[in-house]
Write a protein that binds this ligand. Sequence first.
Ligand code: IMP
Length: 184
Amino acid sequence: MYPHPDIERVLFTEEEIRTKIAAIAAEISSDYAGRDPVLVGVLKGSVFFLTDLARALTIPARLDFLSIAPFVPDAEPRSNPGVVRILKDLDHSIEDQDVLLVEDIVDTGLTLRYLLRALGARRPRSLHVCALLDRASRRLADVPIRYRCFEIPDRFVVGYGLDYQQLYRNLPYVGVVKSGIFRS
Ligand code: IMP
């Protein structure tokens, strides 16, 4: 069934996501021409976006991943923003590397601010952000996003990597979930 029965509305279809990623990848390939940036993905939400983005680039790129978790493991992510810890660190040093931090969504910006500080302290040559989704209306921290695919309204979204209680990540589109599925 399309969309999934728990999805109220599809915001971005597979086709729209693919088209936008191709455009952003062309921009990144041009900006980083002659360099081989490290794409740093934040597990697990950015995996689908990062792998599609990486394949659309025309420059060499390396991949590394880190995993973060809120301090309250089962809390709904929007209820305790910005309080994160690194569960899995990068495999390689980023010192003197051109780092592109690939994020699924920037909401309050608190997670991204934490990550930028943590990675910036490792003295990369450059550090920029590429985000699939930007919900600027809820921003609490002023964070620089160099590449963004889509701005979204203030609704909780899932799909294409984004989850609600670890579900819906594998939907190939981004959609708004029906409010009835939220558990307290
Ligand atoms: P922040 O508020 O910008 O710190 O967002 C932190 C994290 O919350 C994101 O990286 C996502 O993992 C999660 N998040 C925020 N909004 C949503 C959403 O609409 N759907 C799924 N996860 C979300």
